[in-house]
Design a binder for this molecule. Structure first.
Ligand SMILES: [Zn+2]
Length: 425
């Protein structure tokens, strides 16, 4: 913290102390003096200008012990302090020496800004009409946000125009309604200028004849269907015409779809028709809903299991038990041996056809142990024609070892003779 700031803090602490002492002492006090030698702080206190954060302060102060010993100001205070209080010097802000320090705390370059806005409504030739307050619909992903932004802008402009506006921090229902109407009128004018002219000038127009369009008292082209006598709200009986392909229309459909907790096309369209009529509404709604990420995620369904392939021939052909054998390990299981708990594994042989099982206990998961187990299995059940196992390392190595042994064995003349005599391939 800088020295002037520390001095200011000292004054603050002094003021608090004074207030405390004054409050605690049950003695009438006529006058209170609080002294500070920091003229910078004095000026800060007396000024009426805006004081800001310390940006820069290069003030350095300090003195040596020798100079301090001879410093009468330090020990006795200013000379005028020793004379009568009526003759004390009165400081004015201008003669303060610490002008630089004082200025550092002033907010610089922040003059009262004058805001002005140029309002204009511009209607360009043809179908190009300026969007409400230049707001671009495509930049909004939410209907409510668009309407609220429009309503805030509307309120701001009314305030500039000095039209009486509400000062609450919340937008009222009327303000939102006005903003919505502004957008509806805008998209209608942009897309249906021919309908307006057809209605006003009594010209023939296909869409107008088809939907029985007319301009209502509030200035919207509405559809006069065949529900005039229906027990429905006025908005549903004569819905407002909305063009398809407009971003605003898309936002309305999305809003209704979300309000209905992501209902389907029919429900969304039905709710939409309580107030609006969109030509080719069903396909428009379907098109919008197709892009709804939430729906896509749910309608996509879970991960489907692949179709089960037919059983291999070895599983469905008649054969002797364990001619085709599946192989797997299970464990470890704990076996009490010599008073100790030891880990053991089980090698499981299963017949593909009969589902019979044969279990062999293994001391560990080495290839050697597996080969012992396999030999025991073969001695009891006979040699299988084929074995299916997962890709465990001991099986792979076991298979390689068996191949090696088998090749040696099979090349042996005795074996060859035996096999050919027995008719085994
Ligand atoms: Zn959805």
């Amino acid at each position: 913290m800088t020295i002037p700031r520390l001095e200011l803090m000292a004054v603050l602490i002094g003021v608090r102390c004074l207030a405390f002492v004054k409050g605690e002492l049950n003695v009438p006090i006529e006058t209170i003096y609080l002294w500070t030698d920091s003229q910078c702080v004095l000026k800060w206190i007396s000024t009426k200008k805006d004081l800001g954060v310390f940006v820069k302060n290069r003030i350095t102060r300090g003195t040596s012990t020798r100079l301090l010993c001879d410093n009468s100001l330090w020990w006795h205070g200013p000379e005028w302090l020793l004379i009568d209080s009526h003759q004390w010097k009165i400081f004015t802000c201008e003669d303060v020496l610490a002008n630089q320090e004082y200025k550092c705390e002033l907010k610089v370059g922040k003059k009262t800004t004058e805001s002005s806005a140029l309002l204009c409504t511009k209607e360009i030739e043809g179908n190009q009409i300026e969007t409400p307050y230049g707001i671009q619909c495509k930049n909004f992903s939410s209907y409510y946000k668009l309407i609220r932004v429009t309503a805030w802008v509307e309120r701001f402009i009314s305030r500039i125009k000095k039209i009486s506006v509400k000062t609450s921090k919340i937008l009222t229902c009327e303000e939102l309604k006005i903003a919505e109407e502004k957008w509806i009128k805008f998209v209608q004018r942009r897309n249906y200028s021919d309908i307006f002219s057809a209605i006003y000038e009594n010209k023939p127009n296909n869409l107008q004849n088809q939907l029985g369009l007319f301009i209502s008292d509030d200035g919207f082209p509405r559809c006069k269907g065949r529900f005039e006598n229906a027990d429905l709200s006025e908005a549903a009986r004569i819905p407002i015409l909305l063009p398809r392909g407009e971003d605003f229309t898309r936002l309305i459909i999305e809003r209704i779809h979300k309000d209905l907790f992501h209902s389907g096309v029919s429900q969304t369209l039905s709710k939409l028709r309580h107030k609006f009529w969109i030509p080719q509404g069903r396909s428009t709604v379907r098109q919008v809903l197709r892009h709804c990420l939430v729906c896509r995620r749910f309608e996509g369904g879970h991960y489907g299991m692949p179709k089960m392939p037919p059983f291999p021939r070895s599983r469905v052909s008649q054969s002797i038990p364990f001619a085709s054998t599946g192989l797997d390990y299970l464990g470890p299981i704990y076996v009490k041996y010599d008073g100790e708990n030891k880990k053991r594994w089980v090698c499981l042989f299963t017949c593909f056809v009969t589902r019979a099982i044969h279990l062999e206990l293994l001391n560990d998961m080495t290839t050697e142990e597996f080969l012992y187990a396999f030999r025991r299995f073969v001695s009891i059940r006979g040699a299988p024609c084929n074995i299916l196992s997962d890709n465990a390392a001991q099986f792979k190595l076991g298979s390689a070892t068996l191949d090696l042994v088998w090749k040696k064995v099979i090349k042996c003349d005795d074996v060859q003779n035996y096999v050919s005599n027995a008719g085994i391939r």
